[in-house]
Design a protein around this ligand. Structure first.
Ligand code: NZQ
Ligand code: ZN
Length: 389
């Protein structure tokens, strides 16, 4: 296992009766709040009314940026930056899913930068100065509520890139599983697969020796997703199911599960290209790629790790030959994605053709070969896209 530093300063209020702490937390940063949200789900659910009343009753001054897109655009982040600069905003309040929180992170960084915030993204700047962010989470998926990353898209040039920095970790996050009751079955499924893959993408990568405690933690998070997602889909108001998924979302990327491991994310690097070119839902792209990636990387060396996933997460018999066990594991992942979650299996069903596979493979490997259970070069990535057609 590798040496590691663990430091996550995000304060999380988890549960049903926590939102009343919002004004006291916001006011620690000042009086002027920029409320950021998406296409309107928080208005339908009533969360918008709850939050704005708390802010107004506390005598704070509120500004708004609405309409953050799934796969948030740099242009929208720049609009938020302008509001912050014109009005000397003290704190950004993101209310929504990963896209809203990511866009808020882009705004928070851009507010401290003189120029187009896309410069920060494309130049890979590690953000150390940003406005403080408070997040109210409505979708269990990305982990943005507790992590240091934002993924921002520039659709003019088909680029979707991560912007990272210590300063982007929300200062406070409110996680009430009830806020996710209104999610559609489709978004629940996509979010769940995203969580599952955040863990799987970094599974068994503990340097030159394994770190059993972390493997067990990772497996517990993946097991929770496999167990509770079908329940959340059938019973959207099931608090226990939503709570398990919400905390799994935060645990998957708040670096607890990275301890002593290598964090690289092969499926994520491949999926971000699909969303950059075709604006598809992130978790769905991952569901299509993941079983193909597992199939592609399966060999004598990787079989034991893949088989362990099957035994620990999908209850596959532990007395099999490693190769047979690994093949059964891949079938179990496929069954989870396409039968249990009901997601479409092929890129063609999402209107994705093979026109850009070569460009996407080039971008996905732009920083070099992708390290993982098996290292992937550009040609490997292209072959995996072909398998997803
Ligand atoms: O925009 P609104 O109206 O809010 O509707 C959203 C959106 O249409 C809706 N939704 C969210 N919460 C809801 C709800 N609808 C009803 N009830 C609720 N409670 O769901 C749709 C999708 O929302 P979005 O925020 O786009 O989904 P998600 O949370 O999956 O975020 C996806 C984005 O995060 C990035 C993805 O690439 C994608 O751009 N990621 C961010 C990461 C990070 N910051 O670390 C890591 C991830 O791997 C990922 O790349
Ligand atoms: Zn993801």
């Amino acid at each position: 296992m590798n040496d590691f530093i663990f430091h996550n300063p995000d304060k999380v209020y988890f549960g049903k009766n926590q939102i009343q702490h919002l004004p006291e937390e916001l006011s620690k940063f000042g009086n002027k709040v920029l409320l950021v949200y998406g296409g309107g789900s928080i208005k339908k659910s009533g969360l918008y009314d709850t939050v704005t009343k708390l802010i107004k009753d506390a005598g704070m001054e509120m500004f708004e940026l609405s309409g953050v897109e799934p796969n948030p655009r740099h242009t929208t982040a720049n609009k938020g930056v302008a509001i912050c600069k014109e009005n000397n905003i003290d704190v950004i309040l993101a209310v929504g899913g990963g896209s809203t929180i990511d866009c808020s992170k882009g705004i928070a960084a851009g507010a401290k930068y003189d120029g187009d915030m896309w410069d920060l993204v494309v130049n890979g700047v590690w953000v150390t100065d940003a406005l403080p962010i408070v997040a109210v989470l409505t979708n269990a998926a990305t982990g943005s509520e507790m992590d240091a990353w934002a993924v921002i898209s520039n659709m003019d040039i088909n680029q979707k890139i991560g912007l990272g920095g210590d300063a982007l970790i929300p200062k406070v996050a409110f996680e009430n599983p009830e806020y996710s009751f209104t999610l559609s079955a489709y978004q629940t499924a996509c979010g769940a697969f995203d969580i599952f893959n955040h863990v799987l993408d970094n599974y068994y990568l503990a340097g030159d020796s394994t770190f059993d405690l972390i493997l067990e933690f990772q497996e517990a998070v993946m097991r929770a997703v496999v167990k509770w997602t079908p329940i959340a889909i059938k019973e959207p108001n099931n608090y226990e199911a939503r709570a398990n998924l919400m905390w799994a979302s935060s645990m998957a990327l708040n670096t607890v599960l990275d301890a002593g491991t290598v964090h690289n994310c092969p499926c994520h690097l491949m999926e971000h290209e699909l969303s950059a070119y075709y604006d598809i839902t992130h978790g769905h792209g991952l569901a299509i790629i993941t079983p193909r990636w597992l199939t592609y990387i399966l060999n004598e060396k990787t079989a034991p790790a893949i088989y362990r996933l099957g035994v620990k997460v999908f209850d596959i018999d532990n007395g099999l030959d490693a190769m047979v066990g690994a093949e059964n594991t891949i079938k179990a992942v496929e069954n989870f994605a396409f039968n249990v979650l009901g997601l479409k299996k092929n890129l063609s069903e999402l209107n994705v053709d093979d026109k850009y596979f070569d460009d996407m493979a080039t971008h996905a490997t732009i920083h070099g070969d992708i390290v993982g259970l098996r290292t992937l070069n550009k040609n490997d990535v292209k072959k995996i896209y072909e398998m997803c057609k």
